[in-house]
Design a protein around this ligand. Structure first.
Ligand code: FDA
Length: 302
């Protein structure tokens, strides 16, 4: 079902109808802080005051223009300066998609994305915070982990996302479970072929549990990113014995549980996207839960 929804989302009529929703619409604002950095900073402050840490995402992906990739890197650097000025950098970091920094720009894509990502990581270090590389579809994993390796030579705290849905990920978890490593473990939001990813959700869930155990057995800082409360309970049990880990959830999903867990002493971080290029992110959130998509279709049809 999610695969069908993601395929439908690529068609022109669906894209046109959904993109016509105003950003102010509550169906969009549920998942997205707002159109610009000031709105994201306001939400960050509010989440911080509720005991939650934040990771901020400047929305945008699959950039095919070098100037746009440079502009996105500049937007991140400016955001990091604002976080520092507002006294929020101890509770807020940034999440970056390499495809927004130029990864898809042909043969030089990796080099351009690395240069842009390096400038963002340097700005994060100056602000006193960290950066994590998001993971996109399976064709980008080798490139993203290659950029991560280079960034970590200078900035060993740069984190990465690994997707339990991919067969390769248990091995990647072992490789990245060493000291100083920060890994955000997710199930995976992209429609992937069965040649590279578990087709059945129950197998993804089982793989997630195995990956989580590998990360908790290692020396790094596991970032357990899920709204699956059975996995959250397992993570809390594993984390109690070990310390130095965090739980992460998306803005707009299980907000009550985020606050409850934080007040119970769990380190909880909220992934908070903002910006005007919200279509791709929003559609992945709808596809994760068919009820969300049906709600939207009813709205568009009314
Ligand atoms: P699952 O899909 O089983 O959901 C468990 C429960 O959570 C559902 O039953 C429902 O109650 C609730 N829920 C989940 N999604 C919902 C939604 N959209 N709307 C309403 N309720 C929902 N993926 C990726 O491929 N690359 C990445 O870089 C990232 N980054 C990332 C960061 C963070 C902090 C998080 C939490 C997630 C990501 N993801 C991601 C997305 C991830 O891969 C996955 O698609 C979602 O987290 C949904 O999977 P769950 O683990 O929540 O489990």
């Amino acid at each position: 079902m999610p695969k069908l929804l993601l395929a439908a989302a690529r068609t022109r009529p669906v894209r046109a109808s959904v993109s016509a929703l105003p950003m102010t619409h509550k169906m969009v604002r549920r998942f997205i802080a707002g159109p610009d950095a000031p709105s994201a900073l306001a939400v960050t402050k509010s989440l911080r005051d509720q005991g939650l840490a934040v990771t901020l995402d400047v929305l945008g992906e699959d950039v095919t223009d070098r100037a746009q990739a440079a502009a996105t890197a500049a937007a991140y650097r400016s955001l990091l300066g604002s976080l520092s000025d507002a006294g929020l950098a101890d509770r807020a970091e940034v999440s970056v998609k390499l495809s927004a920094l130029g990864q898809a720009l042909g043969a030089d894509g990796d080099k351009i994305a690395l240069e842009n990502a390096f400038s963002v990581a340097t700005a994060a270090a100056e602000a006193g915070t960290t950066m994590t590389l998001d993971m996109e579809d399976h064709t980008t994993v080798d490139s993203t982990l290659g950029v991560l390796r280079e960034l970590r030579e200078q900035h060993p705290w740069v984190g990465a996302v690994l997707q339990a849905a991919l067969y390769r990920t248990e091995g990647d978890c072992r490789d990245l479970a060493g000291s100083g490593s920060r890994v955000r473990l997710v199930k995976g939001a992209y429609a992937e072929p069965a040649s590279v990813a578990h087709p059945r959700k129950t197998d993804v869930d089982a793989a997630y549990r195995r990956c989580m155990e590998i990360l908790f057995a290692g020396q790094g800082h596991p970032m357990i990113a899920t709204h699956d409360m059975a996995l959250v309970a397992d993570a809390c049990a594993l984390g109690r014995a070990r310390g130095d880990w965090e739980l992460q959830m998306l803005y707009g999903i299980r907000a009550d549980e985020q606050r409850l867990l934080a007040s119970a002493g769990v380190d909880v971080r909220v992934y908070l996207p903002f910006g005007t290029d919200w279509y791709g992110y929003y559609i992945r959130r709808l596809a994760e839960r068919p009820a969300n998509m049906l709600f939207l279709l009813r709205h568009l049809g009314s």
